[in-house]
Design a protein around this ligand. Structure first.
Ligand code: NDP
Length: 325
């Protein structure tokens, strides 16, 4: 019998409980996979608490990301065969030892990348890909600020932005995290729990401000993030780790220097097969070039998903985290 974490009521980490589940054979357009690793992502917290609503209501199996080996193939599937090593970042129901999955979500994992790494890097890595290469085209002329620099997305983004030639400023909540971020591409890292990051950014940029701020912290860094941006620069609000930005008045963009703002999500950038493959291949390429190293800094047994969520929310984790079935 397959094992899965099933959420039967919204709430704190303790609602994440392991159960045995009966898996049907894969349907048309689906394959069945045995999972080697499942990615822990902050979005899993939003679904657990109810900040984001699960399409299927309660109960649901959380998680969007994983990697494993194809064990059975449904009708009308020619792209994948039994034995393929595959990964995904956009399919609900990831917290399971085995699962069925629509092939629209799947890509093949290159031989050089372990499944344990792939399972924890797809969502965060493709997010770094689109943020730095599509939402804003980062290059040698770019100076950027990336909040939560030592987090899962943050450590990948720092290395990637450095590989693109940018000047990379980060924020982090402890000295250990600052040191980690400095070792992963960041030129400057500010402790935003003890220091005023706006004045520090102004100092680093000689008063000019940055071209783009990537803000996944949300409530605690808004509206200060806007004060770090140069006139006509871009505010990318892409997460809510401290809570959502509630009272956003579009007029603030005029007051702060004719700024641009966007609130993107990965799923809008990998919605078609060509877009998914381009984004995933770009990630695989940069990982295989060693310009971006994936730090799976925490692994937990899938049964300990509650502890993993508690640690993520308590800001105890850095880099990426894998749940192992
Ligand atoms: P992280 O590993 O970055 O963990 C979150 C980090 O945010 C913490 O480690 C902590 O770092 C920082 N943080 C600041 N304030 C708080 C707070 N009040 N509570 C908890 N953490 C806080 O998570 P992920 O890499 O999984 O995700 C990073 C962010 O990016 C999330 O907000 C997520 O929702 C978002 N995201 C958005 C995507 C999109 O396409 N829109 C896709 C993927 C992720 P520190 O201690 O240094 O402050």
């Amino acid at each position: 019998m397959a094992q899965a974490i099933v959420v039967r009521a919204l709430g704190g980490p303790d609602v994440l409980k392991m159960e045995g589940i009966t898996l049907q054979p894969p349907g048309p357009g689906e394959v069945q996979i045995r999972q080697a690793a499942i990615g822990l992502n902050f979005i899993d917290v939003y679904f657990r608490t109810g900040l984001y609503k699960s399409a299927e209501g309660l109960p649901f199996i959380p998680g969007k990301e994983g990697a494993g080996v194809v064990t059975a193939v449904g009708d009308n599937v020619s792209r994948f065969v039994v034995g393929d090593r595959v990964a995904y970042a956009s399919a609900d129901g990831a917290y399971a030892s085995e699962r069925n999955i629509e092939i629209a979500h799947l890509v093949k994992v290159p031989d050089g990348i372990p499944l344990e790494t792939a399972g924890a890097m797809m969502l965060k890595g493709m997010t770094a890909q689109y943020l730095l290469n599509q939402t804003f085209k980062v290059g040698p002329e770019t100076t950027l600020l990336f909040h939560a620099a030592a987090g899962g997305v943050g450590l990948i983004a720092g290395q990637w932005a450095k590989a693109l030639g940018a000047t990379v400023i980060g924020t982090a909540g402890s000295q250990d995290k600052i040191d980690l971020a400095l070792a992963h591409g960041y030129d400057h890292v500010i402790n935003y729990r003890t220091d005023n990051f706006v004045s520090q950014v102004k100092e680093i940029t000689s008063g000019k401000g940055v071209d783009v701020v990537y803000d996944s912290v949300g409530r605690d860094t808004y509206p200060a993030s806007l004060d770090c941006i140069k006139p006509r620069g871009l505010w990318v609000s892409f997460g809510n780790s401290s809570g959502p930005v509630d009272a956003f008045n579009i007029g603030v963009l005029a007051q702060k220097g004719s700024l641009f703002a966007t609130r993107p999500t990965l799923f809008g950038y990998i919605a078609t097969r060509p877009a998914l493959e381009a984004c995933a291949n770009s990630l695989f390429d940069i990982v295989q070039s060693n310009k971006v190293r994936i730090n799976v800094n925490q692994t937990y047994a899938l049964a300990d998903a509650a502890q993993a969520h508690a640690d993520l929310e308590a800001r105890k984790t850095s880099g990426t985290t894998a749940l192992i079935p």
